[in-house]
Design a binder for this molecule. Structure first.
Ligand SMILES: Nc1nc2c(c(=O)[nH]1)N[C@H]1C(S)=C(S)[C@@H](COP(=O)(O)O)O[C@H]1N2
Ligand SMILES: [Mo]
Length: 307
């Protein structure tokens, strides 16, 4: 009886948040194993319980949903397919080419990239254009620390992100649903914003392939498709890049793609969203809730035109 009473207390005492924090601490302790040879020095820089001021305080989406409900069209268009087939992605050796309008183009190996900047945990709200959302504890560093490596020229205004194309390993690139490789783009000042990060892990572990290993762009105030997975090349340009989604449907997917509950997709409303793991829908927030930090990037712009 005593044991049963003790049992009945536990669920009310342990909030999902507390459970997550316990799990995170556990992952940190075990990270020597989980991240062995991948992120060891970076892990040492993560202080236990220290979360970034850029993190939100909402409860993260359970890890099982984060890694089994994915969009990664190179591995198929069904949400469950990437988890099944992305083990085929070859993630080593991995190099990142940074070129275009820069003083000094560079090709960096993944090992050097992981040493560029201390890794931070960033708990971000992520909103897919299809109307679902998640809260993901990323592990990463600002895109800015990568872009600083090559000095951009004065006429560089945009950054193009080009992702991996491995036809022999990617069952989806045989289909014409998108133009491959998957290409995304940001204006230079958007890419330099401190909220824009390159993720190399989530939930304290190295990034699962289906989430975009080994380097993935994360731009939390924009629809999920702007956050390109498995980046191989970053190119500085003076013209707005033509992204894969703009080519696929220019009237549906604009260059900016800021989360905006007031601008509907031509085929559905963007006013509400379903948080994966929850039953009822919630209201979608302007700039996905990051307006205070990013709205000044768009002053004077008509966000209905620049959707
Ligand atoms: N290379 C590549 N990156 C991609 C995609 C893709 O199909 N290929 N899908 C995008 C879309 S539509 C979304 S919503 C997010 C999903 O990220 P997640 O599976 O980690 O939640 O990845 C984005 N990045
Ligand atoms: Mo998406």
């Amino acid at each position: 009886m005593l044991i049963r009473r003790a049992d009945s207390i536990i669920p009310s005492e342990i909030t999902p948040r507390a459970l997550f924090e316990r799990r995170r601490d556990f992952l940190r302790l075990s990270a020597g194993i989980a991240l062995a040879g991948v992120l060891p020095s970076a892990h040492a820089k993560l202080g236990p319980g220290k979360s970034s001021p850029y993190s939100i305080s909402e409860t993260p989406t359970p890890l099982k949903h984060v890694t089994s409900y994915n969009n990664y069209y190179e591995f198929g268009t069904d949400k469950e397919e990437p988890a099944r087939t992305a083990h085929r992605l070859r993630v080593r050796p991995w190099t990142l080419q940074i070129d275009g309008l820069v003083k000094q183009a560079k090709t960096l190996g993944i090992e050097d990239i992981l040493k560029l900047a201390p890794l931070e945990e960033r708990i971000y709200r992520m909103r897919c254009v299809e109307g679902w959302s998640m809260v993901i504890p990323w592990l990463g560093f600002p895109v800015a620390s990568l872009l600083k490596q090559v000095q951009p020229l004065g006429n560089a205004k945009y950054v193009e992100f080009i992702t991996a194309n491995q036809p022999e390993n990617m069952p989806g690139v045989g289909s014409r649903v998108l133009d491959w490789p998957y290409v995304e783009g940001l204006r230079l000042d958007e890419a330099m914003h401190p909220l824009a990060i390159i993720a190399v892990g989530l939930y304290g572990e190295a990034l699962p392939n289906q989430n975009g290993a080994p380097l993935r762009l994360v731009v939390p105030w924009k629809y999920g498709f702007k956050s390109g997975k498995s980046i191989v090349r970053i190119r500085f340009t003076d013209r707005e890049p033509r992204t894969s989604w703009m080519k696929a449907g220019p009237s549906e997917y604009g260059f900016y793609s800021n989360v905006n509950p007031e601008v509907d997709h031509p085929r559905w409303s963007q006013a509400r969203e379903r948080r994966i793991g929850e039953f009822s829908k919630r209201k979608t927030l302007m700039f996905n809730g990051y307006g205070e930090q990013v709205s000044q990037l768009y002053t004077g712009m008509d966000l209905r035109k620049n959707f």
